[in-house]
Design a protein around this ligand. Structure first.
Ligand code: NAD
Length: 513
């Protein structure tokens, strides 16, 4: 490993924190203050070299309580504002994000290991999310219902109160913005609990909200802490009105049942095992580029990763060969280098999971490694968390690697003989988050898009999502929708108001007395 390829991230992270957060002491953000944690010590590690960046204390229940207190007060002030003023305040947040975009992206890259080209794009998307929902603030209105009785009946979409949002480590600031923007647009306060592995950019986002003119301090609190302690305390808090969880199915199931115990609804955005289906009439040049982006971008640590390549048997050998050649040439390396397309895996546990799943998949002999299967040669001696883009051929449809999420740069290739078989294979996992179809036949494309059980389907493309379009899963990928108008409605409760307009009571009963 050449010296100096991964300079110590710690001093630069501290400088960025002082610039963006006003302090390099990591704690939870509550009403504009950084509160130190009361729990065990947690460590942030640079995924590119395995070195410690900083340590901080788990927030714990007293800090969670303080966040809810601040949220209730801020939410009252927020809903007292005219809707258009709330919209302007959200624009102010977006402007701050744009002004600090380069620093936020660098902080994300240093602490999450994501290539700078990805984090730069993601921070711009976060600004867009606030701009999009800023526009919704004064357009979220109810409707008049043509009821059959002598009444004027209308609906109001009312905020729920304080919502809890729990996010994972794979796209920290993107996921935070994705959930915070609709929540506050709808008039709620939020208590955000980012992954304990990547809390820094969420803290910065919270601080920018606090600083933006028009946003009451405490409307967005950010808890720096672990899931089973701080996260669980937020879910179980008596003032929680909705739990939005983005993460693994295992934690999601636990959190949703904990919320249900309190009669609190939840939205679950969970994992996926998305199919990327290539038909023989597809434009193969584009399909090959798309297949790489689908699984290898973000080192495969994306909920919508196209981790299964379903390919027609007539083009399978040629496609696997071309893809393997291409995959081996994707630049893997320092995430701070603008040319890098694949950075390290985010953490040691995730790297171990990838290694274990590929090992198990190939142990029986039926599945072969077409490319990858270990750290790239040039990074083999690096203490960072590296895994080369990997293609597994000859995967049986019922193998673990064909059904379960790896959350790494590992593509499982499965051949099919007919359109029907492709759809059946696409639907043969417990998940249902996304999928792609590559074909020149538009009728077939739409037919298959309808038949695939997934919340998002791309035709001749992959991984495009936007804050304006609903997003969410079927089956083990979760329930509820994020983005677009759907997310906004999910962050509100509809209230029906009935006004008697008939000359005499609609339901006469009793006696005037
Ligand atoms: P995870 O489930 O381990 O953790 C996610 C979050 O939940 C973290 O903040 C964690 O601290 C918290 N948490 C864990 N246990 C908790 C508990 N008992 N109570 C409260 N909070 C708790 O997931 P991860 O490893 O951070 O992320 C990877 C997973 O996220 C993958 O499965 C991936 O597919 C999924 N994901 C889904 C989407 C989507 O939109 N569908 C997006 C990104 C990631």
């Amino acid at each position: 490993m050449p010296d100096g390829l991964f300079p110590d991230a710690s001093p630069r992270v501290r400088t960025l924190l002082r610039t963006l957060l006003g302090t390099d002491v990591v704690g939870s953000l509550v009403a504009g203050e950084i509160l130190p944690g009361t729990g065990e010590s947690l460590t942030l590690t640079n995924p590119a070299d395995g070195r410690t960046i900083l340590t901080y204390a788990d927030a714990g229940a007293p800090v969670v309580d303080a966040a809810f207190g601040a949220a209730a007060k801020a939410q009252r002030a927020w809903t007292a504002l005219p809707a258009a003023a709330r919209g302007r305040a959200m624009w102010n947040v977006a402007a701050f994000i744009r002004a600090h975009a380069a620093d936020i992206a660098e902080l994300e890259t240093l602490s999450a290991g994501k290539p700078i080209r990805d984090t730069t794009a993601e921070v711009a998307r976060v600004a867009e999310m606030f701009e999009y929902y800023a526009g919704w603030c004064d357009k979220l209105h109810g409707e008049v219902i043509p009821v059959p009785s002598g009444h004027l009946a209308y609906t109001r979409h009312e905020p729920l109160g304080t919502v809890v949002q729990i996010t994972p480590w794979n796209a920290p600031v993107f996921t935070a913005g994705w959930q915070v923007a609709p929540a506050i647009c709808a008039g709620n306060a939020t208590v955000l609990k980012p992954s304990e592995l990547t809390p820094l950019t969420s803290l910065v986002l919270g601080a920018l909200c606090d600083r933006a003119e028009g946003i009451p301090r405490g409307l967005v609190s950010v808890l720096a802490g672990a899931g089973p302690t701080t996260g669980a305390a937020a879910v179980a808090h008596r003032d929680t009105r909705l739990v939005v969880f983005v993460g693994s199915a295992e934690a999601g199931a636990r959190i949703a049942s904990e919320a249900a115990r309190n009669i609190v609804p939840s939205i679950l955005e969970l994992g996926g095992k998305s199919a990327n289906i290539v038909l023989p009439d597809a434009d193969l040049d584009r399909a090959i580029l798309g297949a790489q982006a689908a699984i290898f971008a973000a080192a495969g640590q994306s909920c919508v990763a196209g981790s299964r390549l379903l390919v027609h048997e007539s083009i399978r050998d040629a496609l696997v060969e071309r893809l393997s050649r291409a995959a081996a040439r994707i630049p893997v390396g320092a995430p701070t280098d603008p040319a890098t397309q694949i950075g390290p895996v985010n953490n040691r546990r995730q790297l171990d999971r990838i290694t274990r799943m590929v090992g198990d998949a190939t142990a029986g002999g039926g599945t072969q490694i077409a490319t990858g299967g270990a750290a790239p040669d040039a990074l083999r001696d690096s203490p960072g968390y590296w895994y080369a883009p990997t293609i597994l051929d000859g995967v049986a449809p019922d193998a673990e690697i064909a059904r379960e999420e790896v959350f790494g740069p590992v593509l499982a290739v499965l051949p099919f003989a007919s359109e029907e078989e492709a759809v059946a294979l696409a639907n043969a996992t417990p998940y249902g988050l996304a999928g792609s179809i590559w074909t020149a036949d538009p009728a077939r494309a739409h037919r298959m898009a309808a038949a695939i059980r997934a919340g998002t389907v791309w035709i001749n493309g992959t991984k495009t999502i936007h804050v304006s379009a609903p997003f969410g899963g079927f089956g083990r990928s979760g329930f509820g929708r994020s983005s677009g108008r759907e997310a906004l409605l999910a962050y509100t409760a509809a209230k029906s108001v009935w006004v008697e307009t008939a000359a005499s009571p609609a339901t006469p009963f009793g006696h005037p007395g």
